[in-house]
Design a protein around this ligand. Structure first.
Ligand code: MN
Length: 188
């Protein structure tokens, strides 16, 4: 039986990236995944660990104001129940019960601040697929991140092309959850 939850948010910060969060007790363990998850077991996706976030951060869809770069738009790209099946230092295996992501996945640490996210080879795998391109919108509202950005801050909206992975430095700058005075997660 699934005993916990996960959320994947799509976040337009310094660059567009996904935030994978797995609930562990009262916090969300979090990784920034520049290219997002894949259902193709042959695809290895960089996942940069960031600090734990409050549970409320996983409920956020909207625009983070005051973000130095990017529109600050966030959508809840997928969410659902989850089951952690292996949890050891540098390796995590889990089963997701989302709308887009289902079945087994694994996160394996390969460097100082570098993990790799892969889909497990089993019945829910979809070799050759690109779920990020196929299903870009929010599972909660059906909006794309561009629509959220435009609805919230029409005067400053800017459609920017995804520029891919440069280094983990920008991710850490753009994704680190900073505690605002009001308690709202600003980064993440
Ligand atoms: Mn982020």
């Amino acid at each position: 039986m699934p005993s916990t939850r996960f959320v994947v948010q799509l976040h337009d910060a310094t660059t567009l990236h996904f935030d994978l969060r797995l609930q562990a007790g009262e916090v969300l363990r979090s990784w920034a995944v520049p290219k997002g998850p894949s259902l193709d077991p042959a695809v290895r996706r960089l996942a940069v660990p960031v600090e734990d976030h409050e549970l409320s951060a996983g409920e956020f869809e909207g625009v983070h104001e005051g973000q130095p770069r990017g529109t600050g738009a966030v959508i809840i790209w997928d969410e659902g129940l989850a089951e952690i099946t292996r949890d050891e230092p540098g390796h995590l295996a889990f089963t997701l019960y989302g709308s887009k992501l289902t079945g087994g996945f694994a996160l394996t640490r390969t460097g100082e601040r570098r993990w790799i996210l892969v889909k497990t080879r089993e019945a829910t795998a979809r070799p050759g697929s690109d779920i990020v391109a196929e299903r870009p919108a929010s599972v909660r509202t059906g909006r794309t991140w561009e629509e959220v950005a435009a609805e919230t801050r029409p005067s400053t909206r800017a459609l920017r092309s995804f520029s891919g992975v440069r280094s983990s430095a920008w991710l850490l700058a753009g994704c680190g959850g900073r505690q605002g005075g009001g308690g709202l997660q600003v980064g993440g």
